[in-house]
Design a protein around this ligand. Structure first.
Ligand SMILES: C[S@@+](CC[C@H](N)C(=O)[O-])C[C@H]1O[C@@H](n2cnc3c(N)ncnc32)[C@H](O)[C@@H]1O
Length: 295
């Protein structure tokens, strides 16, 4: 398949041709994840070397003398997490990494080999792939209209259980293959990171409190997610509160935003004994939400 089309299909990324080389697959993945619309203006966007300067600044703030339990939230395809892991390894820092994102667990529903749907854990459709023609869930004129019609049809198939499914109490949808529809579970993460050592990949919505993760992490990074562009102050405060609960006493919270000129602006906070955040380091102009974090 040529790599020229603007939009890439589920098949070309998750089931590439046997002779597709690693470099081509990497480029495809990058473009594909950038096309996944989470909500409004928020996409599963990232790119290589986006956070390199941040990695260097964070080094100086890391707790010393023990293996670090680190979480990177809202990781998108995980490539900046992977780069951070390589950087930590090369600096001789021992760690275990957890990479989370609101859109991580997905299912591909396929009819024969020509029609595929990529659907998230709670039923949000990310893309239809019709005979190699990709219809992503981004707002576009013609494709957007066709996407909406197909979405209605798909929901009918789900509601009538023609696509066999069970909806769990928390809203999670679990599908089961039958004679017509084949179900394939997928992780929305770069191939590169999926098998990395010392890494857990989880679906995690930072708007929700997750007691299983309370007081678990020495370091948490939230890059290009706690942005005023995406969320109201009220939602940002809720997210900060949830992240604070995940940190051990004395833990480190890194908040970064990359602006359109690709420059990073970050603040690194330390959780004090009184359970407040104190800014200990900045990069560029610092985080735009510092006043919400330290208040
Ligand atoms: C712009 S990307 C940032 C990727 C990476 N951290 C970086 O800086 O390159 C934002 C990511 O946040 C995820 N996201 C959106 N809302 C979220 C939430 N409530 N909890 C966790 N992740 C969320 C999206 O799925 C997307 O992958």
């Amino acid at each position: 398949m040529s790599d020229s089309p603007k939009f890439l299909t589920i098949g070309s990324v998750f089931f590439p041709e046997p002779d597709c080389d690693a470099d081509t697959l990497e480029k495809r993945e990058n473009r594909f994840f950038n096309q996944i619309n989470i909500s409004g203006t928020l996409y599963k966007t990232t790119y290589y070397h986006r956070l390199d300067d941040l990695n260097l600044v964070v080094d100086n703030c890391l707790p010393k003398n023990h293996k670090l339990n680190i979480m990177d939230v809202a990781v998108s395809s995980g490539i900046t997490t992977w780069e951070w892991m390589q950087h930590l390894k090369s600096s001789g820092i021992e760690f275990h990494m957890t990479a989370g994102d609101i859109a991580m667990d997905a299912t591909m529903i396929s009819i024969s080999r020509s029609i595929k749907v990529l659907i998230g854990r709670y039923g949000k459709v990310f893309q239809f792939d019709l005979f190699g023609w990709p219809l992503p869930n981004s707002p576009m004129r013609l494709r957007g209209k066709i996407f909406k019609i197909l979405n209605i049809l798909l929901n009918m198939l789900i509601r009538t259980n023609l696509i066999k499914n069970q909806r769990h109490r928390d809203g999670e949808l679990k599908f089961v293959s039958n004679a017509l529809f084949k179900i394939t579970p997928l992780k929305l993460i770069s191939n590169k990171i999926s098998d990395a050592e010392n890494l857990d990949i989880i679906e995690d919505n930072i708007q929700n409190d997750n007691p299983e993760h309370h007081s678990k992490y020495d370091v948490i990074r939230a890059a290009n997610i706690l942005n005023k562009q995406f969320f109201t102050d009220e939602v940002l405060i809720k997210m900060i509160t949830n992240l604070r609960k995940k940190l051990k006493p004395g833990g480190i919270l890194v908040i970064c935003r990359t602006l359109a000129d690709k420059k990073n602006h970050a603040t690194i906070f330390k959780l004090t004994d009184e359970h407040n955040f104190q800014a200990i380091e900045t990069l560029g102009q610092g985080s735009e939400i510092t006043s919400l974090v330290v208040s």
